[in-house]
Design a protein around this ligand. Structure first.
Ligand SMILES: Cc1ncc(C[n+]2csc(CCOP(=O)(O)OP(=O)(O)O)c2C)c(N)n1
Ligand SMILES: [Mg+2]
Length: 343
C-alpha cells in the first residue's frame, strides 16, 4: 500500500498522528505488561493468567473507539482493553499480586478478571460466554433508562459455540439493542482449533442468521479495528441494533500460563504465526505514513518498561488482604432490616 493510502486510512477516520502514536504506546504497554506478568508467573509470584500476545491491536483498537459512558463486558484475556480504557498499570499489578489495594476484586479473583465501576467494566467471569448475556442485559438497561450508551462484549471464537452466544445474539438483534459483539478469533479454544469449532468460513456469516450486521476485520490492524468498532458503535447509538465484529488474530502463546501448547500445536506453525505481529504491522504503517522514527520506538519502550517496573514495585510493597476479611467484598452489601438483624 502506498504512503498516501496509509495516511488516508487513519485520517479518513478522523485520527491524528498523535492518536496513532497513542495507539502504538498502548499496544507496547500491553505487551510489556503481558510479558512481565508471564515472567512473574514463572517466578511463582502471579497465579494463572491468560496472555493477550498477538491480540493487542484487536483489543486496543476497539477499546480506543469507545465513549466514556459505554459499557464493557469482558473475558479473562483483555489486558489491552483495560489499558486502553484507562486502568492504571499499578492497579493491574496490585490485582495480579492479589493485594488489598486492588480496585478490581481486592485481590480475591484469579488474575485478569477485571471489573471497574469507574471504567464501566462489568466484572469478568471465568465460564466461557457468560459475559454475552451480561453485556446484552447491560445494553437493555441503557435503553430502558433512555441513555445514549452502547455495550461492547469481548469474547473468543470458542464462545460462539455456546448457548449463551445464541441467546445473547438473538435477543440483542430482536430488540435492536446497542451492542457491539467483538469476537477476537485467535483460532483456538484452548487446544481445539477452528476447524473443529465451526463449519462456516467466517464467523460473521452467522450474523445474518440473527438479522444483524457482520463485519470482518483484520485483527492485526489497529486502525481497521478502530474504524469497524466506531462504525458499529454509531449503529448502536442510532438505534440500528447490534453488530458482530470478527477480528481475526493470532494467539501467540499457550492458552494460559497453565497450558503447554507443545502438546497440540506444531512449533513451525507457532513460528509462522509469529510473523503475524500486530505491533510490527503498526510499525510498518507508521513508517509508510511518516509517523515513525527510532525515537518513537525507544521512548515507547522505555516509558512502558518504567511503568511496569514501578507497578511491580508498588504491588510487591502493597499489603495482602487480611485473612479475617476473606468474605468481605465478595457479595454486594445491601443494608436491610433483616440483614441488620442477622448477627
Ligand atoms: C462453560 C465453560 N466451558 C469450558 C471452560 C474451559 N475453557 C476455558 S477457556 C476455554 C476456551 C475459550 O476459547 P475462546 O472463546 O476462543 O477464547 P480464548 O481463550 O481463545 O480467548 C475453555 C473451553 C470454561 N471456562 N467455561
Ligand atoms: Mg479463541
Amino acid at each position: 500500500m502506498s504512503a498516501e493510502n496509509h495516511i488516508s486510512r487513519h485520517e479518513a477516520l478522523g485520527l491524528h498522528g498523535e492518536d496513532v502514536h497513542e495507539l502504538y504506546y498502548q499496544m507496547v504497554l500491553t505487551r510489556t505488561v503481558d510479558d512481565r506478568l508471564w515472567n512473574l508467573n514463572r517466578q511463582g509470584k502471579v497465579l494463572a493468567f491468560a496472555s493477550c500476545l498477538g491480540q493487542e491491536a484487536a483489543q486496543v483498537g476497539s477499546a480506543y473507539a469507545l465513549a466514556p459512558d459505554d459499557w464493557l463486558a469482558i473475558s479473562y484475556r483483555e489486558h489491552g482493553v483495560v489499558i486502553a480504557r484507562g486502568m492504571s498499570v499499578r492497579d493491574i499489578f496490585a490485582y495480579a499480586y492479589h493485594r488489598d489495594n486492588d480496585p478490581n476484586t481486592r485481590g480475591r479473583q484469579i488474575p485478569g478478571h477485571y471489573g471497574s465501576q469507574k471504567l464501566h467494566i462489568l466484572t469478568a467471569s471465568s465460564p466461557v460466554g457468560t459475559q454475552l448475556a451480561h453485556g446484552v442485559g447491560s445494553a437493555w438497561a441503557s435503553v430502558y433508562e433512555g441513555k445514549r450508551e452502547a455495550t461492547i462484549i469481548y469474547f473468543g471464537d470458542g464462545a460462539t459455540s455456546t448457548g449463551d452466544f445464541h441467546a445473547a445474539a438473538n435477543f440483542a438483534a430482536v430488540h435492536k439493542l446497542p451492542v457491539v459483539f467483538l469476537c477476537q478469533n485467535n483460532e483456538w479454544a484452548i487446544s481445539v482449533p477452528n476447524t473443529l469449532q465451526y463449519a462456516v468460513k467466517h464467523l460473521t456469516e452467522r450474523a445474518a442468521g440473527y438479522g444483524m450486521m457482520g463485519t470482518l476485520v483484520d485483527g492485526l490492524d489497529v486502525i481497521e479495528v478502530f474504524g469497524a468498532t466506531r462504525a458499529a458503535l454509531a449503529r448502536a447509538y442510532s438505534g440500528e441494533g447490534p453488530t458482530f465484529v470478527e477480528a481475526k488474530c493470532k494467539r501467540l502463546r499457550s492458552h494460559t500460563t497453565e497450558d503447554d501448547d507443545r502438546r497440540y500445536r506444531r512449533r513451525e506453525d507457532v513460528e509462522a504465526d509469529r510473523a503475524h505481529d500486530p505491533l510490527a504491522n503498526l510499525e510498518a504503517y507508521m513508517k509508510a505514513a511518516s509517523l515513525w522514527d527510532e525515537g518513537v520506538a525507544r521512548q515507547a519502550g522505555e516509558k512502558a518498561a518504567a511503568e511496569v517496573e514501578d507497578a511491580t514495585q508498588y504491588a510487591e510493597a502493597s499489603p495482602l488482604p487480611k485473612p479475617s476479611e476473606t468474605l468481605t467484598h465478595i457479595f454486594a452489601e445491601v443494608k436491610t432490616d433483616a440483614h441488620q438483624n442477622d448477627d
